[in-house]
Design a protein around this ligand. Structure first.
Ligand code: ATP
Ligand code: MG
Length: 359
């Protein structure tokens, strides 16, 4: 996939503008605080309907304005398409090929992967950060997971409500519970399947780019213990077994003590948890390798190359790692957007960002 151009109105500190892009490297240069990250954010925002910096959508609207709009043209293997997002006060609308659509229909049309300084939270932050990250990425890569996840969240809410109201013994609860257990097994199975495939790519990418001697593994840590090659029905059997053990406690506590909403993902570098044992540079490299593996997964599952956004490359890596990253992309057919405070030795379309103006 390639983004051909973007149009934005009232986005952060950016002056309203239209930018056309190169199909390979696009480089945004400028001093601190000029709007480089905001441009990547505008691209990400139009592609996914979300910001990579904040959950509060009003933050992305330019100070003093009450609405924003973005519009981009892109092409995939099949044809040219466009996406647009509009935010007004508390309402948000999504447009695909100029028609207003629900978020479900908007999401996943244009695949983007971003690498930003805040991503270090994927290692250092709470398990909920990793869960939402991977849930999102699995949704991008494989069809149907987004719907599975929505169904699961809904039934989890209902189940928790039942338990909270002391209805854990009622026939209604039994019905909800059955659906909850089946839905949990489905989520778990799909996450495991994804992690298994991703972990192989992760190790390859880490070795290729950063350290040929080290093994990097992604492990799924589940509430039902270690899992290897179980089928969905075997997973369901394990979940049911676990449920029998906690059911009386769940009634006492009044909320769900089991389910994939309690699981976690762990990065093991040379067999050790990166969170506690890896250096800063290693952590950044692990996340970078993770993002490259996400790209490979999307190519594999969807037969499309996603667009890649790299924010602030110079503050992340030393010159050796930077060169190896650039070489990696030079050899591949991927559209890349990079921001940097200093020039890079690549042949790219360069944009100079100064006080929100892009030249
Ligand atoms: N909603 C907003 N409206 C107007 N300006 C904003 C808004 N949100 C942030 N800004 C300002 O936009 C400017 C550009 O921010 P941005 O993060 O894009 O800069 P940058 O070029 O990436 O800088 P750095 O090199 O330090 O990362 C900042 O000065 C920030 O305070
Ligand atoms: Mg920045």
């Amino acid at each position: 996939m390639h983004i051909l151009d973007i149009n934005y109105l009232n986005f952060r500190n950016l002056k309203d503008s239209k930018l056309s892009f190169d199909k390979k490297f696009n480089l945004f240069l400028g001093k601190n605080g000029q709007g480089k990250t905001s441009i990547l954010e505008a691209i990400y925002f139009t592609a996914t309907g979300k910001s990579f910096r904040t959950k509060k959508q009003e933050e992305v609207i330019s100070h003093g304005k009450s609405a924003l709009g973005t519009f981009l043209n892109f092409e995939d293997r099949i044809s040219d398409k466009n996406l647009s997002v509009r935010v007004e006060e508390k309402s948000k609308s999504y447009l695909y090929n100029k028609k207003k659509v629900r978020y479900d229909e908007f999401f996943g049309k244009l695949n983007v992967i971003s690498f930003i300084p805040e991503d270090i939270e994927l290692i250092m932050g709470a398990p909920s950060i990793r869960r939402s990250f991977f849930d999102y990425e699995i949704s991008q890569a494989s069809y149907g997971y987004y719907e599975d996840l929505k169904r699961f969240s809904k039934i989890l809410k209902v189940r928790n409500k039942c338990l909270k109201e002391g209805k854990g013994d009622t026939p209604v609860f039994e019905i909800y519970n059955k659906e909850f257990l089946t839905s949990s097994a489905k989520i778990l199975y799909r996450r495991l399947d994804y992690v298994k495939k991703l972990s192989i790519l992760l190790s390859l990418n880490y070795r290729k780019l950063f350290d040929s001697e080290s093994e990097l593994i992604l492990k799924y840590k589940s509430f039902i213990g270690d899992l290897r090659k179980e089928s969905e029905s075997e997973i369901l059997a394990k979940i049911e077994e676990k449920y029998q053990k906690v059911r009386s406690r769940e009634k006492r506590y009044g909320y769900s003590l089991i389910g994939p909403q309690r699981d976690d993902f762990i990065f093991l570098l040379r067999g050790k948890d990166t969170r506690s044992y890896s250096s800063q540079g290693e952590k950044k490299s692990v996340i970078f390798a993770l993002k490259l593996s996400e790209i490979d997964m999307i190519i594999r599952e969807r037969r499309e190359t996603p667009v890649f956004l790299i924010d602030d490359i110079s503050s992340y890596f030393d010159s050796i790692r930077k060169d190896s990253i650039i070489k990696y992309f030079e050899k591949r057919e991927i559209q890349v957007f990079i921001t940097s405070t200093s020039e890079l030795s690549i042949s790219s379309k360069n944009f100079y960002v100064d006080e929100g103006e892009v030249k």
